[in-house]
Design a protein around this ligand. Structure first.
Ligand code: SAH
Ligand code: SF4
Ligand code: F3S
Length: 448
C-alpha cells in the first residue's frame, strides 16, 4: 500500500499553491495524499509567519502531533515547510525535537531528498533561497489538477523588495523573482487542459511582475494577462496581491480592455493616515491611493475592491485611525481583511518604543471591521436583482445545489446538477445572505 502523506497549510494563497506543488512531488515519490493527519506516514505543516498567532499555532500543532503514528504503527515523519521554516530554521528542531525536517518556501523542490535524509535520522534543514525552484518541480498530472477543481492558483511572482516596516515577507520569501512568460503559459495550458476555467495569478507583489518574454526583454503583468487571455478554454483571470505603487497604466487599462480579467482587485492600503503610511514605509500617501482607485474605477466602473488594513501600528494615534475610517468611507470596499498590528522579530517596527496597547488596537479593529462589514453587505445587496455570470465550482451545502463565484468573487448558490460544474451560467440574483448570493440560473452559456 502507498504511504500516506498529509499537508496542512496556513497563511496565504501562495502557501496553498505551494502545497499543491509539494503534493505533486510526494505523489511522484509514491505517497497517497490524504486529507487528515490521523494515520498519515508523513505530515508536512506548511506554515505562516505573518503574525505572531499564526507562527505560534505551528508549535501547538507540533505538540499535538508528538505521538502521531503512521498506518504501519511507526512514528509519523513530521516536516515543517513555509515561512516559519524559513524564519526559524534550526530553531524549530531545537524547540520541537519531534520534527524530522525543515524546508523553506524556496527549497521545497528538494523535498524528496530531505525526506530521504530525514528517514536516515539526519534532521535536514534546508532554507536556501534558490531562485530556480520551478525549473525542478514535476508537472502535476491531469488527474491531480482535475481533482482540485475548476479554479486554480498559479504563482507567477515570488518574494518582495518593498520592506514595509511591519512585514516579514521580504525575509521569508526573499527578493522578487518573476517566472518566465513561457513557463507560466505552459502551466496555464496544462491546467486548462485538465478542466480549469479560472486562474488566479499569485505573487506577494504580483503587479511588479516582470517575467522574461523569451526575446531578451521582460513582460509586465498586463502583458502576461494578455497572453493568458489567448489560452482557449481559460475563461477568467484574476491576480493577487498588488501594491498601489506598482499599479501601472497598462494594468489599469487591462481592466477596461480585457474581458477575461475579472472586475475584482485586492489592493491593500494598510492605513489612511499619511504619517502612518510613511512610518510603514509604504511609499505613497492616502490621496495617491484614493486617486488610483478613481482611475481604476474609470476603467472598470463596476470594480469590486478589496483591501488589507492594519490597526495599532506603533505610534498610531486616534487621529490617524480616524483617517483610516475616513478613507474606508470614501473608497467603499466590497470585501476587506483587517488585522491588529503584530510585532514581528527582525522587522523595523517591532523595536519601536511607541507600541499601541492591545486594548486600544482591539477597540479600533472592532470599529473598522464594523464599517467594512456593512460596506460588504451593501455591495452584496446591490447585486440583488442583477443578472451575473457565475462559474459553477462545486456542490453546495444542500443536495441539488451548486456554488460558484460571481465576477466579483462572491459565492453564489443555485440549484443545478453536479454535471454543470465548470460551466459559466447566467444567474438572476434573488437574495444576499451573509457573504453569499442566492439565485436561479437563466441560461447556460455556450461554453457549458
Ligand atoms: N504582499 C501583500 C501582503 C502580504 S501580507 C501586500 O503588500 O499587500 C498580507 C497582509 O497581512 C498585509 O497586507 C497586512 O495587512 C497584514 N500584515 C502583514 N504583516 C503584519 C503584521 N506584522 N501585523 C499585522 N498584520 C500584518
Ligand atoms: Fe509585506 Fe509590504 Fe511586501 Fe506586502 S509589499 S509583502 S506588506 S513588505
Ligand atoms: Fe504567511 Fe508567508 Fe504567506 S508569512 S502570508 S505564508 S508569504
Amino acid at each position: 500500500m502507498d504511504k500516506r502523506a498529509f499537508i496542512k497549510s496556513y497563511g496565504c494563497q501562495m502557501n496553498v499553491y505551494d502545497a499543491t506543488r509539494m503534493a505533486d512531488q510526494l505523489r511522484a515519490a509514491g505517497y497517497a495524499i490524504v486529507d487528515e493527519a490521523d494515520g498519515a506516514d508523513l505530515i508536512v505543516l506548511n506554515t505562516c509567519h505573518i503574525r505572531e498567532k499564526a507562527a505560534e499555532k505551528v508549535y501547538s500543532e507540533l505538540g499535538r502531533l508528538k505521538g502521531a503514528v503512521g498506518a504501519s504503527g511507526a512514528p509519523t515523519m513530521i516536516g515543517v515547510a513555509g515561512c516559519v521554516a524559513q524564519a526559524e530554521g534550526e530553531e524549530i528542531v531545537r524547540r520541537q525535537p519531534r520534527v524530522d525536517f525543515v524546508v523553506g518556501p524556496q527549497a521545497y523542490h528538494r523535498l524528496p531528498a530531505l525526506i530521504a535524509g530525514a528517514a536516515r535520522g539526519e534532521k535536514p534543514v534546508d532554507t536556501d533561497l534558490d531562485e530556480d525552484k520551478f525549473d525542478h518541480l514535476p508537472a502535476p498530472s491531469r488527474r491531480a489538477i482535475a481533482a482540485r477543481g475548476v479554479t486554480a492558483f498559479l504563482t507567477v511572482q515570488e518574494g518582495c523588495d518593498k520592506f514595509c516596516a511591519f512585514c516579514v515577507v521580504p525575509y521569508t520569501r526573499g527578493a522578487e523573482v518573476s517566472r518566465p512568460v513561457a513557463q507560466v503559459l505552459e502551466e496555464a495550458r496544462r491546467l486548462v487542459d485538465a478542466g480549469v476555467r479560472e486562474v488566479t495569478l499569485l505573487g506577494q507583489n504580483v503587479n511588479a511582475y516582470h517575467g522574461s518574454d523569451g526575446t531578451g526583454g521582460t513582460a509586465s503583468l498586463a502583458e502576461l494577462v494578455g497572453c493568458l487571455a489567448e489560452v482557449d478554454g481559460l475563461e477568467r483571470i484574476r491576480f493577487t496581491t498588488s501594491h498601489p505603487n506598482d499599479m501601472s497604466d497598462d494594468l489599469v487599462a487591462a481592466f477596461a480592455d480585457e474581458p477575461k480579467l475579472m472586475p475584482y482587485l485586492h489592493l491593500p492600503v494598510q492605513s489612511g493616515s499619511d504619517r502612518v503610511l510613511k512610518a510603514m514605509n509604504r511609499c505613497h500617501t492616502a490621496a495617491h491611493y484614493v486617486g488610483l482607485i478613481a482611475r481604476i474605477r474609470r476603467a472598470r466602473p463596476d470594480l469590486a475592491l478589496s483591501g488589507d488594513f492594519i490597526v495599532g501600528f506603533p505610534g498610531e494615534t486616534e487621529e490617524d485611525f480616524e483617517a483610516t475610517m475616513a478613507l474606508v468611507a470614501e473608497v467603499g470596499y466590497a470585501a476587506a481583511y483587517s488585522f491588529k498590528y503584530s510585532p514581528r522579530p527582525g522587522t523595523p517596527a517591532a523595536g519601536r518604543p511607541d507600541q499601541v496597547p492591545p486594548e486600544v488596537a482591539s477597540v479600533r479593529l472592532r470599529r473598522l471591521q464594523g464599517a467594512l462589514a456593512s460596506q460588504q453587505r451593501a455591495f452584496n445587496e446591490a447585486c440583488v436583482g442583477r443578472r451575473l455570470p457565475v462559474l459553477l465550482e462545486k456542490p453546495g451545502r444542500r443536495a441539488g445545489q451548486l456554488v460558484g463565484r460571481s465576477p466579483y468573487l462572491q459565492p453564489v448558490h443555485v440549484r443545478a446538477e453536479v454535471g454543470a460544474i465548470g460551466a459559466t451560467v447566467d444567474v438572476d440574483v434573488a437574495t444576499a445572505e451573509g457573504n453569499s448570493l442566492f439565485g436561479a440560473i437563466v441560461e447556460r452559456s455556450e461554453a457549458a
